[in-house]
Design a protein around this ligand. Structure first.
Ligand SMILES: Cc1cc2nc3c(=O)[nH]c(=O)nc-3n(C[C@H](O)[C@H](O)[C@H](O)COP(=O)(O)OP(=O)(O)OC[C@H]3O[C@@H](n4cnc5c(N)ncnc54)[C@H](O)[C@@H]3O)c2cc1C
Length: 1196
């Protein structure tokens, strides 16, 4: 996919080559094209700019803002109401006359009606000026600086440039804007491409590489869009319009087609600066040495980020302390450079600290082996590389379990470190027993754990929270301080030998079984290896075919010589294609298949320097399972360049021995770390390389998204604040994320190390619960886990059709209780947790586990709510769709939706016949009916829903779930996926978002504290009612339970609606569906509005009417007694479901007219779950009515 920048260059080249002259866009043209771009780039505003801006002002009370070049509306208008209310002064510089007028109109500042303005709390009229913003210094014709005579009065808390910084003098713009900041003010810049700040120090930087522009592919739009991007209009000499045509074709050639749209990549960056941006750096440079500008940075992304404010090269611990003190004083972040293999070691505008001067390794031999078999310690300073540590250690006859490449730095052992010795000695971080660091909360030199005294820097003190810090360094060590050195336990050095096979894999996706069986065989053979061996696999493409490269590493258990026993690998796959002979740990680095035996034609393999790569790593179990194997193979089939590959490094053994909570590296139960490696050739020209890099990165994330639902965690190394990493970071530390989040807040209170692998902080927790939470329920053996993971895969793969990405993941809510149960009873937690495995063991423990849970709930009735909130918080801010299995609470949507008012909560009940379920549970009896077997009835009961007291309630027929999925046919993947595509993805349809955006919020109406959502306003907007009806119809006809489809003709016989909102939407729907259904019109107010005979009931005041000045006394609702035939099916349509009082009264009224709740389906346009309307219906005996809502809104 080309970038907007590529497009601009190509359009301009075309003009240069054809001899055309150009003319600037008129204000009107600029204004029209601007609107096109804004709409095309809306997803970037929604996903990046608005949330970032909200975060920035979240901690401020009242602010004054100067916005430069806002266009016709300010981006501030899209902030949540509570943030907008903080803006008490707003000025703008907008030189485009039309924009200027539109902006004034949009702000509609009327002192008499401030609530009409999008910025309601302005204390003075907004100052909108037509002056252009110019730098303090401008360049004259000869590129010399001259002072500008431009002046702006006043100082602001926020000066904002949102896509409005143009021209070559950005440094000067920033410098000028800094002069307008109030003392604690902040300059915020959103920009579409990397910004060289010329040594100005940035306070915060955030990037959004996934930004795209989606422009409709029609001639008129493309013409305007192309002119806007090129920056001018064309004046062809012969006045024919051929250039427009060519420009259109250029857009079509470069854009990626998505339906009727062309998509261009448009990465965005945010930078913020404070008053110290210009003055701070000289102060630091005077105290601490800087690095040589030609310093080699291994990671391409980091190299491209380029432009850090400076790279400091401390040579002593005091220098590091000075850097930290400086950052604290100036309230800015820092990055740290170890081996520079990650993309996060350099960030634009941020000061980096390279640890390269800390380059010593010391070996301290112990007297006798300890419990772990360690024979000494190796103290490694933070600037050394793995190869250097292994060399020094081998010279002393010891070794440390490090990774598989010699050039990697401290980032590896601080975040895990997976290598060939992991099966015998664990991860590199598992061997850390002590560390020296500089705390980023205090700039103090600290030490934790066992550090030999001779290697402690002068003045270092034992950290107060030593146990926590040592725990955190072992897996999440890049987040809590700047590490100076670590002490590893060292083990006796070994010799190794390696065997390699290169096995051809059928490249024909039709031979699926053949492909799967190869991976299954490898998985099986590797699974039986003793701990002194490990097996890696590479899936790659070479010489016209798919290959499975297998590397087996053996470290002989004894030093006995003699003929080598044949391995099971050789028995199955014959003579290896390479056998290394015996070698030491250092030579082992060179024995990597990756280095020399993959990809003919790349001299020296990927290590030869001709390629760059981008990696992400997920942790997998059971790679032989068909779904995992298929994704792995398909990944290589769809590789964007021939050199992309997957590396599967074996785990298990000692990695698995350590409990998840014992160190920060909380993901322990995996067999293979799957490194998805996008590779591209260098030296192909800048543009070509950038294009290949983008394609490779996209491929890596695509594969990750597919594997994530099947993974047992993610390796945190290399993850950073890039939003594309969010879903991975959410899975990176297993159960340890909450503890790490808390520790991050206390140990790094200024978020100085903001660019390391993101940890969930409690501050972020309430920020964004998943948009959709799906409770996957059903009886044991129905296939809930299988369906949930298949749906997650389907949702993750659906990006193209949706014009947005959806991150889905599956969580089992019962895992926590299983862990507690195992701890209390001594049961094997791993066997209880493993998905799809050990069925018999789980069945055996099921009764006791259920009783245990019931007992816990009796002790603490709020436990189900707590468990639910914990799993939701675990996914907050990271995941769009959370599928929760293991939940068996009664009517969970009614019970829990108020806890997650900003999410849509639905229940999907998975069903299968009794026979199928018994077979799946491994209960082979002679019964093929659905019941009757005493033992089975007991088993079945165990999966019935639980009531509030934890008692079993057979209420599966007591209320309708939102959907039912019949999963009786085992292995019908296609049908399962189709369900997600047809039903779950509906909730992400852009039309639904469009409808939601028509419901404007009004703050403090009808009384302070209430944010009124004007749902009826949909009908007052052009096309609003039609859109709403088409969505209602679409939802009604795609299988809502108990909702017969309009096409089947078996539709509810009557549409009932209550005034006022119900009348509007109900009547429109009756017309829209063209089924000639009569309306039952329910009147509100005093009885007697309708001629007799009527039925009527009392109704309590609703949420909004009780908030009006009159206080909303209760009223009666009434309808004609004979408008609905007794026992008819009824569809109730209403605008809003909040407290449920109206709906309750309507259902009562229908009951009086002879219609039972189970024959009623309710469809509301908007639901406000916080008011617990569904719970009220259940409490009043109307739980059997099916209730659906098109939109869900949080808030009051
Ligand atoms: C070619 C290659 C091979 C790899 N092989 C393996 C492997 O075999 N096994 C494995 O487990 N991983 C492997 N990785 C992944 C590797 O562990 C990560 O990329 C790791 O982050 C690299 O660390 P670094 O120090 O080289 O990189 P850097 O980019 O310098 O650092 C990575 C992170 O650590 C932080 N950091 C570095 N030093 C410090 C410090 N002193 N204090 C605090 N924070 C610090 C940085 O700020 C950054 O966030 C490999 C990566 C590559 C590119």
């Amino acid at each position: 996919m080309a970038t907007l920048h590529d497009l601009k260059e190509s359009l301009r080249n075309m003009v240069r080559m054809a001899d055309f002259s150009t003319q600037p866009l008129s204000d009107a043209e600029y204004s029209a094209s601007f609107d096109i771009l804004l709409a095309a780039e809306w997803s970037t505003y929604q996903e990046f700019i608005v949330p970032r801006l909200s975060e920035l002002i979240a901690s401020r009370a009242k602010i004054s803002v100067l916005e430069i070049g806002p266009g016709p509306k300010s981006v501030l208008g899209h902030l949540p109401a509570q943030q907008r209310r903080k803006i008490v002064k707003y000025d703008a510089l907008e030189p485009n006359m039309l924009f200027n007028v539109r902006l004034e109109k949009w702000l509609r500042y009327l002192p008499s009606h401030p609530s009409e303005s999008p910025l309601q709390c302005l204390q003075s009229p907004p100052g909108i000026s037509r002056l252009p913003f110019v730098a303090q210094y401008v360049l004259d014709d000869s590129d010399n600086e001259k002072a500008s005579d431009y002046e702006v009065e006043g100082k602001y808390d926020v000066v904002l440039f949102c896509h409005s910084m143009y021209g070559s003098s950005k440094f000067y713009f920033i410098e000028r804007a800094l002069g307008m900041l109030a003392p604690a003010g902040m300059l915020v810049v959103f920009h579409r491409s990397p910004l060289d700040t010329g040594g100005l120090v940035c306070q915060q930087t955030a990037s959004f590489p996934a930004g795209v522009v989606r422009v409709p592919d029609d001639d008129e739009t493309l013409d305007a869009f192309a002119s806007f991007i090129a920056g001018y209009n064309i004046v062809p000499r012969d006045m024919d319009a051929s250039i427009d045509l060519d420009w259109r074709e250029m857009c079509r050639g470069l854009g990626r087609r998505e339906g009727n749209h062309l998509v261009f990549s448009s990465p965005n960056i945010m930078m913020t600066f404070n008053q110290h941006a210009k003055t701070a750096l000289p102060e630091l440079v005077a105290q601490v040495p800087t690095a040589d500008v030609s310093m080699v940075i291994k990671n391409r992304e980091a190299r491209l980020h380029g432009h850090p404010a400076a790279i400091m090269r401390p040579t002593e611990v005091q220098h590091v302390q000075q850097c930290v003190r400086w950052a604290m004083k100036n309230k800015v972040g820092l990055t740290v450079v170890g081996g520079s293999h990650s993309g996060n070691c350099l960030v634009p505008g941020v000061v980096a600290i390279t640890m390269s001067a800390f380059d010593k390794v010391h070996v301290v031999m112990g007297k006798s082996p300890g419990e772990t078999g360690a024979v000494g310690l190796v103290v490694a300073e933070a600037g050394v590389r793995t190869g250097h540590i292994v060399r020094k250690a081998e010279q002393a006859g010891v070794t440390v379990p490090l990774g598989a490449r010699p050039s990697v730095g401290a980032g590896l052992w601080l975040q895990g470190g997976i290598g060939h010795l992991a099966r015998s000695h664990g991860l590199a971080s598992d061997s850390i027993v002590g560390a020296v660091m500089v705390g980023v909360d205090s700039a103090q030199a600290l030490f934790v754990g066992r550090v030999p005294p001779q290697h402690l820097p002068a003045g270092a003190v034992r950290a107060e929270n030593e146990a926590d810090l040592l725990w955190a360094i072992k897996g999440a060590g890049t987040n809590f301080g700047i590490v100076i050195s670590v002490a590893f336990e060292a083990y006796k050095a070994r010799s190794y030998s390696t065997l390699n096979w290169v096995l051809p894999v059928s490249s024909n996706a039709i031979n699926l079984d053949e492909r799967r069986s190869l991976i299954r065989k490898f998985d099986e053979l590797a699974g039986h290896l003793p701990r002194n061996c490990s097996a890696d696999a590479y899936l790659y493409w070479n010489d016209g075919g798919l290959r499975l490269g297998v590397a087996m590493f053996e470290s002989p258990a004894s030093s006995k010589t003699g003929p080598r026993a044949k391995t099971a690998f050789e028995t199955v796959w014959g003579t290896p294609s390479a056998h290394s002979g015996v070698m030491d740990g250092l030579d082992l680095f060179d024995a990597e298949m990756y280095v020399s035996r993959m990809h003919d034609g790349l001299e020296g393999g990927h290590g030869g320097g001709k390629t760059s790569s981008f990696k992400r790593c997920v942790l997998l179990k059971g790679i032989g399972a068909a779904d995992v194997a298929d994704i792995l193979m398909a990944a290589i089939d769809n590789r964007p360049s021939p050199h992309c590959y997957l590396h599967l490094l074996q785990g298990g053994g000692a990695v698995h021995d350590i409990p998840p909570e014992a160190t920060a590296f909380g993901c322990r139960d995996w067999d293979f770390a799957c490194v998805i490696t996008g590779v591209w050739l260098r030296d192909r020209g800048e543009d070509e390389e950038a294009k290949s890099a983008r394609a490779a990165e996209q491929w890596v994330y695509d594969v990750v998204r597919q594997l994530l639902p099947l993974s047992c965690g993610v390796y945190g190394a290399d993850l950073g604040p890039d939003p594309r990493d969010a879903a991975l970071a959410a899975q990176a530390f297993g159960p340890n994320r909450p503890r790490l989040g808390r520790l991050k807040q206390s140990s790094d209170p200024y978020n100085m190390l903001a660019y390391a692998c993101p940890l969930l902080t409690t501050k972020e927790e309430p920020s964004k619960t998943p948009e959709l939470i799906v409770l996957v329920t059903g009886e044991s053996g129905a296939g809930k886990d299988y369906c949930a993971s298949t749906w997650a895969i389907a949702l993750n793969a659906a990006r193209r059709d949706l014009c947005r990405t959806v991150n889905a993941c599956v969580v089992s809510i019962s895992d926590v209780i299983k862990r507690e149960y195992a701890a209390a009873t001594g049961a094997d937690v791993n066997r209880l947790l493993r998905y799809g495995e050990d069925r018999a063991y789980k069945e055996q423990h099921r009764p006791a586990l259920t009783s245990y849970f019931q007992h816990q709930v009796r002790q603490a009735p709020q436990l189900p709510e707590e468990h639910f909130l914990n799993v939701v918080r675990g996914a907050a801010g990271r995941v769009d769709v959370l599928l929760i299995t293991g939940m068996r609470d009664a009517a969970p949507v009614a019970a829990f939706s108020h806890l997650v008012p900003d999410s849509r909560l639905i229940e999907v009940r998975v069903t299968a016949s009794g026979k199928t379920r018994r077979v799946r549970r491994g209960m082979h009896d002679n019964h093929d009916g659905d019941g009757g077997h005493v033992g089975e009835v007991k088993e079945e009961n165990r999966d019935k829903a639980k009531g509030k007291d934890g008692k079993l309630v057979d209420d599966s027929t007591d209320y309708p779930p939102d959907f039912s999925f019949d999963n009786d046919t085992t292995g019908d993947d296609k049908k399962v996926k189709e369900f997600a595509e047809t039903h779950l993805l509906n909730f992400f349809h852009s039309d639904l978002q469009r409808l939601a955006s028509m419901v404007r919020p009004f703050s403090d109406f009808p009384r302070p504290g209430i944010e009124f959502r004007h749902v009826l306003d949909i009908a007052q907007q052009p096309g609003g009612l039609k859109l709403c009806m088409s969505l209602l119809r679409r939802h009604l006809s795609t299988g809502w339970p108990k909702m017969p489809t309009p096409l089947s003709g078996d539709w509810p016989k009557v549409i009932a609606c209550c005034e006022t909102g119900g009348f509007v939407f109900g009547s429109a729907l009756a017309l829209f569906i063209e089924l000639q259904r009569p309306l039952a019109l329910i009147r509100k107010g005093a009885a007697g509005k309708l001629p007799p005979p009527t039925v009527s009931v009392d109704k309590s005041p609703s949420h909004i009417s009780s908030a009006t000045c009159s206080g909303g006394a209760g009223e009666r609702i009434e309808m004609g007694r004979d408008v609905i035939p007794r026992g008819a099916s009824v569809l109730v349509v209403d605008d809003v479901l909040a407290t449920g009082q109206t709906l309750c009264a309507v259902l009562q009224l229908l009951g009086k007219a002879g219609v039972d709740a189970e024959n009623v389906s309710v469809m509301v346009v908007a639901e406000f779950p916080v008011h617990r309307g569904r719970e009220l219906l259940r409490q009043n005996g109307f739980g059997k009515a099916s209730v659906q809502s098109l939109l869900v809104f949080g808030g009051l």
